[in-house]
Design a protein around this ligand. Structure first.
Ligand code: UTP
Length: 291
């Protein structure tokens, strides 16, 4: 088995109902955060983490993602003719970002099912899963931090973030003991999906980044659909935990939930404020609002 994490799966076959009506025709993953589709942030993170092959799991009506990462001959030719070289570089940069394969999830049967659709492309090697909704700002790319932990510990790694208070109930929560040598690492002993605040086994919420061993594919194949007829990734990971060590890792950085309207608004404000070309102007504008 190849031990290096070279491939990343991007499940993007969901319906994005929380963003309706915007997502009736436009895939949620193509909604722009300032001026870039949210999935591009994830692809750039994967590339910056050393990933060589990206597998995007798409669904019906989600072809815009394929077009986005492909060459756009008409656009590029027009930009060239007009002498817009900086914009041409932006357009070409996107199509040259990474080696990307696409696989269709014929029905949105859950996140676990979406990951399973990528099995043939991944093969028998460890791989990353990036949920494109989760845009992460970090000095060292989140996935790169996780691959380092995977290489050191030799087991699957789940990214977590610390959530104080009842907000933890919205997440899958990690159970486990902190590694005595590294406070960011937890030896995972279990996971509880959306627990009541009183029942949460820790403050570590599992977010949309995983490094997994390929055994999870076989276990997902054996997983029976849960509520809503969906195959959950968490169920596959729980089965994996019975056979292999799994680690939680509190990544360094900030995560924005861009699959949710409020999270997208927060990300938009914070990312816009950091843009050198208009950040100061935007700050002045915000300060001038009578709130
Ligand atoms: P979400 O539950 O956040 O996405 O799944 P969703 O179902 O598209 O959105 P809502 O809840 O209806 O608004 C997290 C990620 O998993 C993918 C989604 O595309 C999203 O990137 N996913 C989910 C699939 O690829 N297939 C599925 O069957 C379900």
């Amino acid at each position: 088995m190849n031990k290096r994490v070279r491939k990343a799966v991007f499940p993007a076959g969901g319906l994005g109902t929380r963003f309706l009506p915007a997502t009736k025709v436009i895939p949620k993953e193509m909604l722009a955060l300032v001026d870039k589709p949210i999935i591009q942030y994830g692809v750039e993170e994967a590339v910056a983490s050393g990933i060589e092959h990206i597998i995007i799991v798409t669904g019906r009506g989600k072809g815009a993602m394929e077009d986005h990462f492909d060459h756009s001959f008409e656009l590029d030719a027009t930009l060239e003719r007009r002498g817009k070289h900086d914009l041409l570089a932006v357009s070409r940069g996107v199509s040259g970002l990474a080696r990307i394969s696409y696989v269709r999830q014929k029905e949105p049967l859950g996140l676990g099912h979406a990951v399973l659709c990528a099995k043939e492309f991944v093969g028998n090697e460890p791989f990353a899963v990036i949920l494109p909704d989760d845009v992460i700002e970090a000095k060292v790319p989140c996935l790169k931090q996780m691959i380092k932990v995977f290489n050191e510990k030799g087991g699957s790694v789940l990214a977590t973030m610390t959530i104080e208070g009842p907000g933890i109930s919205a997440y899958g929560v990690l159970a486990g003991e902190q590694d005595p040598n590294n406070q960011r690492i937890y030896n995972c002993t279990g996971m509880v999906e959306k627990p009541k605040f009183e029942d949460a086994p820790s403050k570590q919420a599992i977010i949309g980044r995983y490094v997994l061993t390929p055994r999870v594919f076989e276990l997902l194949e054996q997983t029976t659909p849960g509520a809503g007829g969906e195959i959950q990734l968490t169920d596959g990971i729980k089965a994996l935990l019975k056979e292999e060590k799994i680690f939680g890792y509190t990544f360094e950085g900030k995560r924005f939930d861009c699959g949710d309207k409020f999270g997208m608004l927060q990300a938009t404000v914070e990312f816009a404020l950091k843009r050198p070309e208009f950040g100061e102007k935007f700050k002045k504008y915000l300060k001038g609002l009578e709130l």
